[in-house]
Each structure stands twice: as C-alpha cells, then as structure tokens.
Design a binder for this molecule. Sequence first.
Ligand SMILES: Nc1ncnc2c1ncn2[C@@H]1O[C@H](COP(=O)(O)OP(=O)(O)O)[C@@H](O)[C@H]1O
Ligand SMILES: Nc1ccn([C@H]2C[C@H](O)[C@@H](COP(=O)(O)OP(=O)(O)O)O2)c(=O)n1
Length: 223
Amino acid sequence: MTDDVPLVIAIDGPSGSGKSSASRGVAERLGLGFLDTGSMYRAVTWAALDRRIPLDDVEVVAELARTAVIEVSTDPRQFWITIDGTEVTAPIREPGISAVVSKVATNLAVREALIARQRQIITETGGIVAEGRDLTTVVVPDAPVRVLLVADPDARVRRRFSELEGKADEAAVTDQVVRRDAEDSTVAAFTEAADGVTVIDSTELDLSQVIDTIVELATAAHR
Ligand SMILES: Nc1ncnc2c1ncn2[C@@H]1O[C@H](COP(=O)(O)OP(=O)(O)O)[C@@H](O)[C@H]1O
Ligand SMILES: Nc1ccn([C@H]2C[C@H](O)[C@@H](COP(=O)(O)OP(=O)(O)O)O2)c(=O)n1
C-alpha cells in the first residue's frame, strides 16, 4: 500500500447486508479507521427523543443536528459514540430507535449537517473505511474504492433477527429492515450501484469472504 494518499473505502447498502461487520473487518485488516455513519443518524434520533422534540418538527430536529457535538470512534476494534457529551453507544441500537430513525434520516437539513461532519471525520482520520447509504454517491464519491454490499431481503431479516436475540419479534424486524429501506431509499441511492461502484452480493458469502473481496479491490486500487 502506498502511504502518500490516504486510502478511503466507501461502502453502502441496505440494512443487514453486512456493511458494519465487513467495514470493521477490512479496516482491521488494512490498518485503517472505520466510520459507521448510520450511528450518527441514530444519535441525533436518540437526542431528539431525549429532549422530547417531535421528529416531525423538521426545523427543530435540523437545528439539533447542526448544533449537537457528535464524537464518534474511528477505531474498528472499539466502537463508541457521544452526543453533547452523553455516551449513547448502546441505546442507539434499541429497537425503539431503529423503528423511527428513518424520520430523521429523511430530513434533508439533518443530512446536510451530518454529511459535513462525516467529511470532516474522514479527512481528519486519513485512511478509513466509511459505511452507510450515501458514501459512494454523496459523501465521498471520489473514493478510489466504492462498494455496494447487497443481500436478499430474507437473508438480511434473518441476520438482524438472530442479532437481536429475542429483543424484537420477526414481524417487527421485517418492518425495521424492509420498510426502513423503502423510506431511506427515497433520500439515498443505495438500491442500485452508481457508475464505477462494485456490487458484492453477500447472500451466499460468509463474512470473511466479503472482507477478502473488498481487501482485494482495495489492494488493486491502491497499488
Ligand atoms: N456475509 C455474512 N453472512 C452472514 N451473516 C453476516 C454476514 N455479514 C454480516 N452478518 C451478520 O449480519 C448481521 C448484520 O450485519 P451488519 O454488519 O450489522 O449489517 P449492516 O451494517 O449492513 O446493517 C450481524 O449480526 C452480522 O454478524
Ligand atoms: N449514510 C447514511 C447512513 C444511515 N442512514 C440511515 C439509514 C437507517 O435508517 C439509519 C441507521 O443506519 P444504520 O446503518 O445504523 O442502519 P442498519 O443498522 O444498517 O439497519 O440511518 C442514512 O440515511 N445515510
């Protein structure tokens, strides 16, 4: 790997396609940072609910996103996130947040604020694997490695369901995966690959095969 230009790897895809796990694995393997952009939308959602701000109040939620101080780990081995000094690493994963986060993620003024913060983190970190819904198309469209990670809806629901270990029933998980993707895809183009983006279908691949494939792409691009 050349050290002069920091390597940025952008990974998008629907819920449960394996973005976070694969990105963390690739970052560890290549000694890069890791950014989970979805955690930032989740943190703003958590803070809005905590302050009793109605999520439909687009302007007030946007102001929160513009003014809140979000610090997020870029260490692939240890994830944490804080908003205005409160650590929200665990609460942002609760089903109650997953059920409503799309309301915040489809607020375009929120997106503008969080995208600016994401670009800042990516620049400060140097080499990084950044994942979400609009990294390949909006946040860092010039990244030398861009991947759309997909998997069949059934596989994605099954993965999420087993991850939640009984915290939510199958209907709720299906709703969180399928409805949320439908809502999120109205503001971010992660259902089809943009020009130059490599599609990886993880339905029949295990995690290490997905990581190997992305590492190979990165090695070829960064020679
Ligand atoms: N290729 C894969 N095969 C099987 N399970 C996977 C695979 N990739 C990820 N998983 C599992 O699926 C769940 C969702 O993965 P995650 O990385 O959180 O997806 P995303 O970030 O796209 O929502 C996790 O429990 C993870 O361990
Ligand atoms: N770059 C991003 C990242 C996430 N989002 C949205 C999509 C989801 O509804 C939420 C949370 O994203 P997250 O990646 O944590 O969701 P999943 O864990 O994959 O289900 O934020 C987005 O709109 N743009």
